[in-house]
Write a protein that binds this ligand. Structure first.
Ligand SMILES: [Zn+2]
Length: 286
């Protein structure tokens, strides 16, 4: 959740050669060094560029934006140029991004232009600016300012900082969760504001409510805990395991942390999950 391994700058620059080789309106002598400089600026800028840095390639903005259609693999029989479809295939490969970095619920199936291609067309085929997201997150981000979102390739968060909080309450025997950002732990007000906007924009609370209860049903049905003291020990163990498996800022780990601080989460609630397991869409009982 949140972070993906950044594609290399060198690999991104190789893409410029492919782009220019298949576009009559781009010139290897004139445009290549300008685009290389723009990619350098983007990388040095932590996943963004200034208007001044874009200026040198302004004249080719629409040309490059038009080349993005060459990444489409939707219909291989249309006869359209698919020269850049390898970009989509590489970035949507499960080995590169197993789950959507914004919601950590769905598999990524679309490429998002972190800096939107309408305004920043010069970056339309720059793989550093192409982020694999699930369709739902991509749709929710679509018309929002990129500054409301953390760039998954340039996370700007110090390692080992635990910043995702999940406040848990018990309603009708089920766990309800409200996610927020721990600004004190983050120690960066601007980043706190950005992450707070992000979890609001992608509607994390609402979208994760079902996933949280499915996750808890699965975990509680397979545990043999019988006492409240044992439950506290079990939660501590679960936090360690989910932290290792998904990361300390994944929603699952945050929920376990939240439950450790929720006195109302006791064996009565656990037994409710066991006696009334949640049924998922295909009819299976978790
Ligand atoms: Zn998503």
């Amino acid at each position: 959740m949140w972070v993906l391994n950044k594609p290399s700058l060198a690999r991104s620059k190789q893409d410029i050669d492919v782009l220019i080789a298949h576009c009559n309106n781009l010139d290897a002598v004139v445009d290549k060094p300008l685009l290389e400089q723009l990619y350098n600026d983007y990388d040095n800028g932590g996943g963004e560029v200034t208007t001044a840095q874009l200026a040198a390639t302004d004249g080719k903005k629409d040309v490059i934006r038009g080349q993005y259609s060459k990444t489409s693999g939707k219909d291989p029989n249309t006869g359209l140029d698919k020269t850049l479809v390898y970009l989509r295939n590489e970035l949507l490969d499960p080995d590169f991004a197993e789950t959507c970095p914004y919601c950590s619920i769905n598999k990524p199936n679309q490429l998002d232009h972190y800096m939107d291609k309408s305004t920043y067309g010069q970056l339309a085929t720059c793989r550093l600016n192409l982020v694999p997201l699930c369709g739902h997150c991509n749709w929710l981000k679509s018309d929002k300012p990129y500054k409301d979102f953390m760039h998954p390739y340039y996370p700007k968060v110090r390692s080992r900082v635990v910043f995702l909080k999940a406040d848990c309450t018990i309603v009708h025997g089920r766990v309800c969760v409200s996610f927020s950002i721990d600004g004190t732990a983050l120690g960066n007000v601007a980043l706190e504001v950005r992450l707070t906007r992000q979890i609001s924009e992608i509607r994390l609370d609402k979208r994760l409510q079902k996933a949280v209860n499915e996750f808890l049903t699965h975990e509680l049905l397979r545990s043999h805990v019988r006492t409240n003291a044992g439950l506290r020990r079990t939660l501590a163990e679960m936090q360690t395991i989910t932290g290792r498996q998904y990361g300390d800022n994944d929603w699952r780990t945050a929920v376990i942390r939240g439950l450790r601080n929720c006195a109302a989460f006791d064996m009565t609630v656990v037994n409710n999950y066991r006696n009334n397991p949640i049924v998922v869409n295909n009819g299976a009982v978790l």
